[in-house]
Design a binder for this molecule. Structure first.
Ligand SMILES: Nc1nc2c(ncn2[C@@H]2O[C@H](COP(=O)(O)OP(=O)(O)OP(=O)(O)O)[C@@H](O)[C@H]2O)c(=O)[nH]1
Length: 451
């Protein structure tokens, strides 16, 4: 090489060295070189600075300098990474390790390196690498990990609390129909995460058909009131029915209508509530409605007659000579007769009819959408069927019973529904006088002549 070429080459080398140093400084990288065979080691000033020393203070440096500063728990990892590289398994050596700072705290370094020369036998000889201080990054990572763990813990607590409270939470986009369910809701709906993809439509398909209109009305109302609050039934795939309470409000998100809410299993509470309601309107002995409920329905029916002209009839009847039944066959037998009548009425009347035990051995039936003629026909049927019942006393004596029944219709001109009861009662009284076991029509505006 000519002296001129040599000078150019040297200048180029110097230039490259200069730039290399700027890269290293810019990266705040500590550099190391290590002769694996002799243990000779070289560090740059930044390597020492990273752990709070000036390079001179660490002299004489060797591989032991590194070994004395690295965290004992990280040594094995570093050793394994080195071996992986030496054996050719890994193209580079790379390991995160802690080094003790002069102040006593630990500095996290990312350590990269690679074999530069090998012995004629192929053993690694010179290895070089760099240290980058990643303490800040590690601290952020630790904070993130802690935050993640806190979130996991919170989620576990939330899920547990929800399980205990039989509560699930959901998020529905009414615009796209997308729906998110928490785990608890899958259990509540009796479906598995694997086979069921929640969506607003899929949810509605699980709502009890009788409650769907109410759920949709509640959804429509929610757009105005901002609140979605409804109790309804759901049908599970196994055919069972559960009651749920949904409570939600809107979360404004772009132009999407997003409802966020909770769902709670209230089946037991609802069944108890329905049972209590049933008990509060039922006569214990006969299973028919009680007087209080009957009067309430009578008021409603009277309102409908007035407002809509919808006709309703009432039957009032009691047993004939019931005292004799009690006296001859015992009070328990009398009760049995009353229960049998309860069964007969429950079996033969329409769902909309309201049979009730007014008290003692006196009964009434409200027949919505029924004329006087219709009421009289039904009363006659019941009278006949009661008369056909055969009872057998404890002493095996067979006996029959009969009823006398008064029938009246609710009139728009009545001040209250009770006036119809009074007319039916008056007809019943006349029936008793005429010899019992009969049906008598009460007065109506059109049939006053029957009085
Ligand atoms: N076993 C039983 N008897 C009852 C019950 N409530 C009322 N009674 C009886 O029903 C009878 C009603 O008697 P009365 O009002 O004189 O009427 P009745 O004997 O049916 O005679 P008429 O109605 O005039 O045909 C009384 O003996 C009551 O004790 C009840 O819950 N169970």
């Amino acid at each position: 090489m000519s002296p001129e070429a040599l000078r150019r080459h040297c200048t180029q080398l110097e230039e490259r060295l200069f730039w290399l140093e700027t890269f290293i400084e810019g990266a705040r990288a500590g550099t190391w070189q290590w002769n694996v065979q002799t243990g000779e080691t070289r560090f740059n000033a930044l390597w020492a600075e990273m752990v709070g020393y000036r390079l001179e203070e660490l002299e004489p440096v060797s591989i032991d300098t590194w070994l004395s500063l690295v965290h004992p728990d990280d040594l094995a990892r570093s050793e394994a990474a080195l071996q992986a590289h030496f054996s050719g398994q890994a193209a580079f050596y790379g390991c995160d390790a802690r080094m003790r700072h002069r102040d006593g705290h630990w500095v996290w370094v990312r350590d990269y390196g690679r074999v530069v020369t090998r012995t004629p036998q192929g053993e690694p000889e010179w290895v070089s690498g760099i240290h980058i201080d990643i303490s800040e990054h590690k601290a952020t990572e630790a904070r993130l990990e802690q935050a993640l763990e806190d979130t996991r813990q919170l989620t576990r607590t939330l899920e547990r609390a929800q399980r205990i409270g039989r509560l699930g939470y959901w998020r529905a986009s009414l615009k796209t129909g997308e729906l998110f369910w928490s785990d608890g809701i899958y259990d509540l709906f009796g479906v598995s995460r694997a086979d069921f993809l929640p969506s607003v439509d899929a949810f509605k398909a699980r709502v009890h058909p009788d409650d769907l209109a109410a759920v949709e009305a509640c959804e429509a109302r929610a757009h105005e009131t901002g609140v979605f609050d409804i109790q309804h039934r759901i049908l599970r795939p196994d055919g069972s029915v559960r009651w749920v309470h949904e409570l939600a409000d809107f979360e404004p998100k772009g132009d999407e209508a997003v409802l966020v809410g909770t769902v709670r299993d209230i089946t037991e509470q609802k069944e108890l509530e329905l049972r209590l309601r049933e008990l509060s309107i039922t006569d214990e002995l006969t299973g028919l409605y009680n007087r209080r409920y009957f009067m309430q329905r009578l008021r409603e029916a009277h309102g409908e007659v007035r407002r809509l002209g919808r006709p309703s009839a009432v039957l009032v009847f009691d047993f004939d000579h019931f005292k004799v039944v009690n006296d001859s066959h015992g009070h328990a037998m009398g009760d049995q007769v009353l229960r049998r009548l309860g069964r007969l009425l429950s079996e033969r009347l329409r769902r909309m009819d309201v049979p009730c035990r007014l008290g003692g051995e006196e009964f009434a039936i409200l027949l919505p959408e029924t004329s006087l003629e219709g009421g009289l026909r039904l009363a006659e049927d019941i009278r006949r069927e009661v008369a056909a019942l055969a009872f057998s006393s404890a002493q095996h004596e067979r006996f029959h019973v009969s009823i006398t029944c008064g029938v009246a219709v609710l009139l728009a001109s009545d001040a209250s529904g009770e006036e119809a009861i009074q007319r039916a009662d008056a007809a019943l009284y006349r029936g008793k006088h005429r010899g019992r076991n009969r049906v008598v029509a009460g007065a109506t505006a059109a049939t006053d002549s029957r009085e």
